[in-house]
Design a protein. Structure first.
Length: 77
C-alpha cells in the first residue's frame, strides 16, 4: 500500500526524492494511517485546488485497501 502512495505522489511532484511515506500502527478500529511527506514547494501539487487531488489520492487508497479488507487513512504532512 505504501508503494502505491509513493508512486502516486512521485507522479505529481517535481522533487521526487523528497517523497516519503511513514505508516502508523493500526488503531483500535483497525485503521492504518499513512503519512505522506513531500517537499514544501510541492505541497500545492499534492493537495490541489480546494483539496481535489488530496481527496482523489485518499479515494484511490481506500479502494485499494478495500480489496484487502483493511481501513486506511492518508494524511499529507
Amino acid at each position: 500500500m505504501d508503494k502505491l502512495l509513493v508512486a502516486i505522489a512521485r507522479g505529481l511532484v517535481d522533487d521526487k526524492e523528497a517523497v516519503n511515506v511513514t505508516v502508523d500502527d493500526p488503531a483500535e478500529d483497525g485503521t492504518v494511517v499513512y503519512h505522506l511527506h513531500v517537499a514544501p514547494d510541492d505541497m500545492g501539487r499534492v493537495i490541489g485546488k480546494q483539496g481535489r487531488i488530496a481527496k482523489a489520492i485518499r479515494t484511490v487508497m481506500r479502494a485499494a485497501a478495500n480489496k484487502t479488507n483493511t481501513k486506511v487513512s492518508v494524511e499529507i504532512d
